[in-house]
Design a protein. Sequence first.
Length: 395
Amino acid sequence: MTLPRKDLFHLPEGMIYLDGNSLGPLPKSVDGALSAMVTDQWGAHLIKGWNVDDWMGQPMRVGNLVGKLVGAPEGSVTMGDTLSVKVYQALSAAVQMRPDRKVILSDSGNFPSDLYMAQGLIAQLGQGHELRIVDPFDVMDSITDEVAAVMITQVDYRSGRMHDMATLTAKARDAGAVMIWDLAHSAGAVPVDLQGCGCEFAVGCTYKYLNGGPGAPAFIYVRPDVVEGIKPALSGWLGHDVPFAFDLDYRPAMGIERMRIGTPPVLQLAALEAALDVWDGIEMEDIRSTSIRLTELFISEVEARCPELTLFSPRDGTQRGSQVSFAHDNAFAVMQSLIERDVIGDFRAPNLIRFGFTPLYIDEDDVLGAVAILADVLDNRIWDDPKYMTKGRVT
């Protein structure tokens, strides 16, 4: 296997794309697959496509492809909806599994949407549950026999700090709590072994390192030995045991399909299924070792050439996902000036510039080129221009 595989992606000439942790680039395999799906399936078959082209089987078929990248056994992952919806599904099921406990434990490094979903669920249940948010370094000691569910994002979206999945899951199991992992910044970036760690639930999105495109569907994993005891809070018709019997009462499907809700997003799933072709022959261990090498090169070069930046991510590569963040008092303006010069990263409030490193299409020349432009932006205060201060709806 050879990295990078730049020839498999549409990458604009001259652009250094360090934003794969927010949106992966377009794989070349997607264009033809989407065109064929629209013309040869939707156009030619219309409603027959649900059977002839197996649109109904897409969520499980694509789920198995994603499952291979996160260490999940066949038939334990399904696709559909957004990540926030999948968080809600997992969390609502988890608290039902521990009806005598009232604490949902998370940390301050979790993505806010996960916390919002927990807050909304608690308000809806009205049964005295508490969302307990602790410092990331205090999670281990906070898993007590009060905790119904532990909900953690493995890789911190701001700093890139990575939790020890196996150790935290074991602590949750020993305490009798249900473990939920959010793999938004893990899937396709770091090796994950869901089957090996033994967690009950995992969720994640596919538009980042899996390159499924904007709005690409999320996934949910449920450990096979517990899935048939799950009572889905969002009991949609395609999670029914026999959807086309049109029973008036809900009866959950066998296995992971009970976590389906409504009609699958066929076009988005077709794009994702084609995008996953770029992973053929790839070993996650090779992705990981290359990612650490690239991020360590980036950190050393930035610290040598841009002393006004402060490293916000863990220095130890084994404690960091595939991203690096630096702090600067004018981080937003710095990032906007970089973007104008085709070095694409992103800003995270209040003062971070963040860069994602995807070995599928990033190499050492990209790293060195990005640092050279960053140094120029800082040395010459190019960022100090009013045009770089205006914030749009998406920052």
